[in-house]
Design a protein around this ligand. Structure first.
Ligand SMILES: Cc1cc2nc3c(=O)[nH]c(=O)nc-3n(C[C@H](O)[C@H](O)[C@H](O)COP(=O)(O)OP(=O)(O)OC[C@H]3O[C@@H](n4cnc5c(N)ncnc54)[C@H](O)[C@@H]3O)c2cc1C
Length: 389
């Protein structure tokens, strides 16, 4: 178990008051929001007061296998957290393996290090507190109540700050589930298994990260248990099933603005279906959310305009998210031999370059690098904005 550093006992002083922006959740999405607010000023010229809350200290509790496109880590100046970089993806099936040479690289990274580096890029205050609920724009925590005109839910899949009837509860919600172990060891390959002997609908993975390997199983069906297959995969790979880490993973977009609250990352279903890649998208939508909030603080837009714009920006991605959800539903239905043949056929360099190029474009790293260029909505986003009114 990780050592718990969160404040205890007398250190847990009451936390009450009002700030300009309250960001709930200090993982990928929440820290990206806070980063975009660095140096933000209110319309009256005063520095904006931004408070970030999390139940744990920053980086204390790893929330994923921590593999992301290297270009995203570079765009955010997080390269020092990288543990290993991979150009190839090996896809194993019971009927053979295929090696895809990707047009860009994936890196595994150190979670506490990455969170620390990202946190260094904001000037927000941070407090450890457990968020328990909300009335209007007042958030209830185990240390008191904090109010803000601008509140962000970056608390992950639970969507804690949504109205009670709009929260998500497994197993009936559109959630996948994932579990992994982190044995010590080394490896050179970024590998996945599409093998129904481990999981009927989903995939398994082995992601080396320096001196440990992250071995896990993800099921698109929230009712399917993933512990036994995770242990079996670790055994099959000659590794010990130790240091568990698991969670629910949303696989459908949810409204990014609801009841006056901004939702970014897993709370808004920003994790990509099929691949369950949610770090890059949490960063991407967190940045977009932070940019909208900055505009409100500066008096360039009202909160309602920012909510509408952010919802439209998020909704503008419904086509790629919807296509990936359809693939997520299709893949488990394809007979295994046919699936293996299709994976082989799609391994030609042209197809890999095309498909992975489009895949990266869903949330491109340039978004982090060039705010001005990306502040303009693309055609799909303009359509949604027009619909949203
Ligand atoms: C086993 C597994 C492996 C994964 N591997 C990958 C991968 O390799 N690459 C990838 O791109 N995606 C991966 N994902 C998906 C990825 O983890 C998520 O999509 C991503 O973490 C979403 O980021 P987030 O900031 O929205 O939420 P989270 O990372 O879940 O962060 C939520 C934050 O809110 C805090 N919090 C929650 N509830 C409260 C509360 N009540 N009060 C206060 N604080 C609270 C948490 O402590 C946490 O810091 C994986 C998921 C799982 C389950």
């Amino acid at each position: 178990m990780p050592r718990r550093r969160t404040k205890r006992g007398t250190e847990r002083t009451p936390l009450n008051g009002e700030v300009d922006v309250l960001v709930c959740g200090a993982s990928f999405a929440g820290l990206a929001v806070a980063r975009e607010l660095a140096g933000a000023r209110r319309a009256d010229g005063a520095p904006a007061r931004v408070l970030v809350l999390d139940r744990y200290e920053i980086g204390e509790r790893q929330t994923s296998a921590c593999a992301a496109p290297t270009s995203w880590l570079e765009a955010l100046g997080l390269e020092d957290s990288v543990r290993q970089t991979f150009r190839d993806l090996v896809i194993n099936t019971p009927h053979g393996s295929s090696r895809y040479r990707l047009p860009w690289t994936f890196s595994t990274f150190d979670y506490p290090k990455l969170c620390g580096l990202l946190d260094d890029q904001n000037d927000a205050e941070f407090e450890t507190a457990k968020v328990e609920g909300r009335s209007g724009n007042t958030v209830h925590t185990d240390r008191g109540e904090v109010s803000a005109p601008l509140v962000v839910d970056a608390l992950g899949w639970r969507r804690m700050l949504a109205p009670a009837d709009a929260r998500f509860q497994p197993p009936d919600a559109p959630l996948s589930r994932g579990l992994e172990v982190h044995p010590g060891g080394e490896g050179n390959e970024l590998e996945i298994w599409i093998d129904r002997s481990y999981v009927r609908a989903g995939y398994s993975w082995s992601f080396p990260a320096g001196d440990e390997v992250r071995i896990g199983v993800g099921s698109f069906d929230p009712r399917a248990h993933v512990k036994d297959p995770t242990v079996r995969l670790a055994e099959d790979l000659g590794s010990e099933a130790v240091r568990y880490q698991g969670n629910w993973i949303p696989h459908r977009l949810r409204p990014a603005a609801e009841d006056g609250i901004f939702f970014a990352g897993d709370s808004a279903g920003h994790c990509l279906p099929l691949t369950a890649e949610g770090i890059r998208t949490a960063l991407y939508f967190g940045i977009a959310c932070g940019r909208e909030l900055r505009g409100v603080l500066a008096g360039r837009a009202s909160r309602e305009e920012a909510l509408r714009r952010f919802a439209a920006f998020s909704g503008g991605h419904r086509h790629p998210f919807g296509s990936m959800l359809r693939l997520q539903r299709l893949v488990p239905r394809v007979p295994p031999r046919l699936l293996a043949a299709a994976i082989r056929a799609m391994g030609t360099q042209r197809v890999v370059d095309w498909s992975f190029g489009h895949y990266l474009e869903i949330a491109p790293p340039e978004f982090a690098r060039a705010p001005a260029a990306h502040a303009r909505p693309n055609a799909a986003q303009r359509d949604v904005a027009a619909v949203a009114g």
